[in-house]
Design a protein around this ligand. Structure first.
Ligand code: G
Ligand code: G
Ligand code: MN
Ligand code: NA
Length: 256
């Protein structure tokens, strides 16, 4: 309850900000885009991790407001970067959607209006939905994904491999990207069984014409294994931690 009061105040007094983690091509190391991640800088408690406050925001109905704030802020920032650096510099920005946002009536229309208001083309925005979220109500999720895609948004299935039912239903969801959960990447060095699982996910993505992004890449050994499996894109501390907005331009200039 204390956290709920704090969250309401935080929304009113602008205590949230976004950080941006690069997603890169493994072959060329070129930037594919960034994932926006919300941060709560509490005036007394310091930085509170999203793993702590997002579940509370979801249970109290605040996640819809917070999620919309995140989406608008991400679009505003992308528009600024496009103006200063050119659109090619940042081809895409990924924004997470919470399960409670998927229940918002006319979510697609709302997100499209916000993107347009901020001067961003929806086709540059990837909306990340976790595999677990879509398995809660697959039919509803399929309808929402279809409506989002009709406006041009791209859909990324986040934490892929950790849900249980989505594999069977994957054909229902016209997703663009599979993001392999970082638990798979963390186990890659442990040998053949683990590389076989990631290989299976990569083959699946290929056959369904989806792009694959490996999450949580931390070592050169993981990069070598992922490249041997023809994994195209990766994200993780090896390339960069989530960056404050004012570090992003420097990162881009360094990686041109
Ligand atoms: O930022 P960090 O890497 O610690 O994120 C922890 C968790 O919080 C991740 O599962 C991430 O997807 C989630 N998360 C971060 N930012 C957002 C956001 O803006 N919206 C939602 N729904 N989840 C987020
Ligand atoms: O669930 P989602 O993929 O949205 O979560 C992103 C989370 O993963 C963020 O909390 C981010 O800080 C974290 N993260 C990003 N790269 C790495 C990494 O290389 N290792 C670990 N352990 N976490 C990472
Ligand atoms: Mn994500
Ligand atoms: Na993930």
């Amino acid at each position: 309850a204390e956290l709920e009061v704090g969250l309401r105040l935080a929304l009113e007094t602008d205590q949230f900000h976004l950080e941006y983690q690069p997603i890169v091509s493994l072959e060329t190391r070129r930037l594919r885009g960034f994932e926006a991640l919300v941060r709560w800088q509490h005036p007394q408690e310091g930085l509170i991790p999203p793993g702590e406050f997002i579940p509370v925001a979801e249970d109290t109905g605040l996640m819809v407001v917070l999620g919309e704030w995140v989406f608008r802020r991400a679009c505003q920032q992308l528009a600024v970067w496009w103006q200063t650096l050119g659109r090619e510099a940042i081809p895409s920005l990924s924004v997470n959607l919470s399960r409670t946002q998927l229940a918002v009536p006319e979510l697609a229309e709302r997100l499209n209006s916000i993107a347009r208001e901020e001067g961003v083309d929806p086709s540059a925005i990837h909306l990340e939905i976790t595999e677990t979220t879509i398995t809660l109500d697959p039919d509803q999720a399929a309808r929402i994904i279809k409506s989002l895609k009709a406006f041009g948004f791209k859909i990324d299935l986040d934490d892929f491999g950790t849900g249980y039912a989505a594999m069977a239903n994957l054909h229902m969801f016209h997703v663009d990207v599979l993001k392999v959960d970082r638990s798979f990447v963390a186990n890659l060095h442990r040998g053949r069984e683990f590389t076989a699982m990631v290989n299976a996910i990569i083959t699946l993505a290929d056959n369904l014409n989806m792009t694959l992004i490996a999450e949580g890449v931390e070592t050169d050994e993981q990069v070598a294994i992922l490249q041997s499996l023809d994994c195209q894109f990766a994200q993780g501390y090896l390339f960069a931690r989530p960056l404050p907005a004012d570090h992003v331009v420097a990162f881009i200039n360094k990686h041109k």
